[in-house]
Design a protein around this ligand. Structure first.
Ligand code: NAP
Ligand code: G4F
Length: 351
């Protein structure tokens, strides 16, 4: 029997890797996408097959986490065996600018999905994209028993989602799990997260198109892993005999400064010549250090990461240099437009 999965956030970094992974395993994959005035499917365009074709196994549906009725009817129609709830306003800095929207999408969106599961009456397994941001001010090492102390509207919204997922597991017997994922990156990472911002800047500086990149707190420590490996951990959680919550992390932390240094050195550049400080990129409350202990995932899911922070920096620099070489002029114009927007429209290009 072909398994069927629904992915919310299928156009995002993780959603695109998850769609690829599940198609590779023979699943029929359904993805929720937001209607936008421009195309927003660039991360999954390579997977697209005309739905009229008998070979089509990826199907996209318009919907939004703010629209509970739509989520319920969609789940009732698709009847997925597995639901991966990856959609969210996922940027921590932006959550300070848009706290209500973040609460609505990243927090209340989860209860809308869980209600859709409950009200549609379907039998399904539910994955919730929880985050190491839950730990916030609690120092490392962090594992499943570490107390939560979120430090942003995003972290607080994810805290609600964590507990409501656990509650629906206990109250209604739904196979619902939380993956508490530490930062994970890739060449598909959103351009305003720190790793991708750095590796894109390295490519542009190397090509002589830009001289400086403006950064915030370089002392923050993060446990950076590789996104394709992390979506496999999500899938493994839904294949387990019993539902549980799992930390997914590499166990190694490095500072933003070390990531910068590694990325610039890989391209033969000295980071100190090109990095400048801009207080705009500081957060009202910062999460100083996240380093995860993923022993439970290793022991119960047999999941082991292989790529860690510095290797990831080199891999992403290579990908951005190659993307720049192949994209040509349109990409160059986009870089110039981005830096123009950052300098002229104060606050509009928070990164
Ligand atoms: P991402 O690249 O920012 O993707 C977010 C996805 O959510 C996009 O597809 C976006 O659609 C969609 N979305 C946003 N608001 C929506 C709404 N109201 N209704 C429906 N869809 C909506 O995020 P990611 O890095 O792939 O992360 C996936 C999930 O894991 C997120 O929940 C994130 O908070 C969580 N997480 C990520 C990390 C990490 O390090 N990457 C770590 C822990 C947890 P558009 O393309 O239309 O914007
Ligand atoms: O790349 P970041 O924006 O990621 P952050 O805040 O750790 O959040 C990411 O990981 C979470 C898991 O822990 C996810 F839940 C969340 O959805 C997201 O994927 O920032 C990383 C660090 C921060 O300490 C930030 O202050 O980098 C620091 N930083 C320094 N300069 C910067 C910058 N961050 C950004 N985005 N831009 C800067 O210029």
């Amino acid at each position: 029997m072909t398994k069927r999965a629904l992915i919310t956030g299928v156009t995002g970094q993780d959603g695109s890797y998850m769609a690829e992974f599940l198609l590779g395993k023979g699943y029929e994959v359904h993805g929720l996408i937001r209607r936008a005035s421009t195309f927003n499917t660039s991360r999954i365009d390579h997977l697209y097959v005309d739905p009229h074709s008998p070979d089509a196994r990826l199907f996209l549906h318009y919907g939004d986490l703010s629209d509970g009725a739509r989520l319920t009817t969609l789940l009732a129609a698709i009847k997925p065996d597995e639901v991966y709830n990856l959609a969210a306003q996922s940027h921590v800095r932006v959550s300070f600018e848009e706290p209500e929207h973040t609460a609505d999408t990243t927090g209340t969106g989860t209860i809308r999905m869980l209600e859709a599961v409950r009200l549609s009456g379907i039998q399904t397994r539910f994955y919730q994209a929880s985050s190491s941001e839950l730990y916030g001010a609690t120092p490392p090492l962090q594992n499943e028993d570490t107390p939560f102390y979120p430090r942003s509207p995003y972290g607080a919204a994810k805290l609600y989602s964590f507990w409501i997922t656990k509650n629906y597991r206990e109250a209604y017997g739904i196979f619902a799990v939380n993956g508490i994922l530490f930062n994970h990156e890739s060449p598909r990472r959103g351009e305003t997260f720190v790793t991708r911002k750095i590796t894109r800047a390295v490519a542009a500086i190397k090509a002589g198109m830009q001289d400086y990149v403006y950064m915030g707190n370089l002392d923050a420590v993060r446990d950076w892993g590789y996104a394709p490996e992390y979506v496999e951990a999500m899938w493994r959680m839904l294949q387990a005999d019993e539902p549980d919550d799992y930390v997914v992390a590499t166990g190694e932390g490095i500072t933003v400064r070390e990531f910068l240094q590694t990325a610039f050195e890989h391209a033969g550049l000295n980071w100190e010549d090109h990095v400048r400080f801009d207080e705009r990129y500081l957060r009202p409350t910062e999460v100083d250090a996240l380093i995860g202990d993923a022993s439970r995932a290793r022991n119960k899911l047999d999941w082991v990461p292989t790529i860690r922070g510095k290797e990831l920096a080199r891999l992403m620099v290579d990908a951005d240099i190659e993307a720049l070489e192949h994209a040509g002029r349109p990409w160059i114009d986009k870089v110039q437009l981005d830096s123009w927007a950052t300098s002229v429209v104060h606050g509009a290009a928070e990164q």
